[in-house]
Design a binder for this molecule. Structure first.
Ligand code: SAM
Length: 290
C-alpha cells in the first residue's frame, strides 16, 4: 500500500471507498510526510515499543508506527473506517485495530493483556473535541505510560505548557505538569490536513514523571482546590473556594490556610504554582482532619 501521507494517495483511498468525513468525530487526516516523520521521531519509537494509537483514521500514521514499533494497537470509533484500515494496513502483522470509543475502553486492561503491564507509548493525531478527557483519562486511570505524543489544537498545547501569570494557565496546565513534562515539538498549519481544520495545531510530547514533582497527601483534594480556583478565574482564591460545592470549609479556615501558605489573602488562584497548590492542599488536609 502506498504511503498515505502523500495527498494523492489519501485522495485515491477516500475515492475508492466513497468515504464521507464525519465532523462529529473530528476527522482531519494528515497529508504531510514531514509532519508524520517528526511525530515518529519525537515519540522516539523503537522496535521495543508497544504503541497505542487513538483514532487511526485511514491509517496514515499507523503505517509509520507499524514500520517503527514492535506492536501497535489502533482504536477507531468510526466503523466505516475499519474496512479501509484492513486494506491500508494489510502489509503489517504487528497491528491490531479495535473498533471502539477510546473513552469507553479499559486501557489499563489492554496494557496488561498486550504488554504485560509495562509502560506503553501513546501516539495520536487526536480528535480535538475530546482532547482533555482523553489525556486526563490516561493519567488519572494510572495507565502505565512512558510518553504521550499527540497532535492537538495549538491553543490547547500552549495551555498544557505554561506556568502562572499567563492567560492560558489553568487546571489543564497544572494537571498535565503534575503527571508529565510537556514539550511542544512542532507547530502544524491547517494545510497539512484534509479537510483543513479552522485552527492551528501543534505536536506536544508529554513525558511521564518517574516520580511526581510535588509532595501532596491527597491528590483528589488538590485537584478539587485547583478546579475551584479556576472555575471563577477573576475571583480571589478565597472566594473561589467559598463558592465551590466540592470544598466544604468555613471562610475563616480558608483565610487561615491562605495565610499559613505565606501569600496575601487577596491572591488569585491563577497566581499559584503547582508547588503552592500542593502545599495549600496539605495545609487544608490537616485542617480537615482536626
Ligand atoms: N490518525 C489519522 C490521521 O492522522 O490522519 C486521523 C486523525 S483524526 C484528527 C481523528 C480520528 O479519531 C478520526 O479517525 C476519528 O474518527 C477518530 N475518533 C474520534 N473520536 C474517537 C473516539 N472517541 N474514539 C476513538 N477514535 C475516535
Amino acid at each position: 500500500m502506498a504511503t498515505l501521507g502523500i495527498p494523492q494517495n489519501t485522495i485515491s483511498v477516500l475515492q475508492k471507498y466513497h468515504f464521507n468525513f464525519q465532523k462529529k468525530f473530528g476527522q482531519n487526516f494528515l497529508i504531510d510526510t514531514h509532519v508524520l516523520e517528526k511525530i515518529i521521531a519525537a515519540a522516539g519509537i523503537t522496535k521495543e515499543d508497544f504503541v497505542l494509537e487513538i483514532g487511526p483514521g485511514i491509517g496514515t500514521m499507523t503505517q509509520y508506527l507499524c514500520e517503527n514499533a514492535g506492536q501497535v494497537v489502533a482504536v477507531e470509533i468510526d466503523q466505516n473506517l475499519i474496512p479501509i484500515l484492513q486494506d491500508t494496513l494489510s502489509a503489517y502483522d504487528n497491528v491490531t485495530v479495535i473498533n471502539e470509543d477510546i473513552l469507553k475502553l479499559d486501557i489499563v486492561k489492554l496494557a496488561e493483556a498486550r504488554n504485560g503491564g509495562k509502560p506503553i507509548k501513546v501516539v495520536a493525531n487526536l480528535p480535538y473535541y475530546i482532547t482533555t478527557p482523553i489525556i486526563m483519562g490516561l493519567f488519572e486511570s494510572h495507565v502505565p505510560i512512558d510518553s504521550i505524543t499527540v497532535m492537538v489544537q495549538k491553543e490547547v498545547a500552549d495551555r498544557m505548557q505554561v506556568g502562572p501569570g499567563t492567560k492560558d494557565y489553568g487546571a489543564l496546565s497544572l494537571a498535565v505538569q503534575y503527571y508529565a513534562k510537556p514539550e511542544i515539538v512542532a507547530n502544524v498549519p491547517p494545510n497539512c490536513f484534509m479537510p483543513r481544520p479552522n485552527v492551528g495545531s501543534a505536536v506536544i510530547r508529554l513525558t511521564r514523571h518517574e516520580k511526581v514533582p510535588v509532595e501532596v497527601e491527597d491528590e483528589k483534594l488538590m485537584f478539587a482546590i485547583i478546579r475551584a480556583s479556576f472555575n471563577q478565574r477573576r475571583k480571589t482564591l478565597a472566594n473561589g473556594l467559598n463558592n465551590s460545592p466540592e470544598i466544604r470549609l468555613s471562610k475563616e479556615i480558608i483565610q487561615e490556610s491562605i495565610e499559613e501558605l505565606g501569600v496575601p489573602v487577596t491572591i488569585r488562584g491563577e497566581a499559584l504554582t503547582l508547588e503552592q497548590f500542593a502545599a495549600f492542599a496539605n495545609i487544608i488536609k490537616k485542617k480537615l482532619e482536626t
